[in-house]
Design a protein. Structure first.
Length: 132
């Protein structure tokens, strides 16, 4: 019997599946509680991706290969491991706004760094007398 359980675990889909002991209402509340954590991490790194998933129900269309659309996840790396959290549909604009703000700050920082490097090159070439 133990061998059958191990085979079942190995063949089990790694797609999204609601925990058996968690109600849908609690799962929704849990994902709402995760939003501040997701926003804090998104301000530093990570990306928002949409994935097609299987729900795990035997009689669903996804069991026949037609996957569900539109589940958004926030991906980031921590200690070399890739992690992901589910992002509710109503929270996607907030997460996307934080990621876009981070990208614009990074672009501004890179432009400022480029200007500083150019200024230093001009100073060094003037001090050495070599035109760069």
């Amino acid at each position: 019997m133990r061998g059958q359980e191990l085979r079942a675990q190995r063949t089990k889909s790694k797609d999204v599946e609601l925990h058996k002991n968690v109600s849908r209402a609690r799962a929704s509340k849990k994902s709402a509680e995760m939003l501040p954590k997701i926003l804090a991490i998104a301000a530093r790194n990570g990306s928002l991706q949409t994935q097609r998933v299987r729900c795990g129900k035997a009689n669903c269309k996804c069991a026949r290969g037609e996957l569900h659309n539109g589940y958004s996840y926030f991906f980031w790396r921590l200690g070399g491991r890739q992690l992901k959290w589910y992002v509710r549909r109503e929270d996607v604009p907030a997460v996307r706004a934080v990621i876009n703000d981070r990208a614009s700050r990074n672009r501004a920082w890179r432009a400022e760094l480029s200007e500083a490097r150019a200024f230093l090159r001009r100073l060094m070439s003037a001090a050495v007398g070599v035109r760069i």
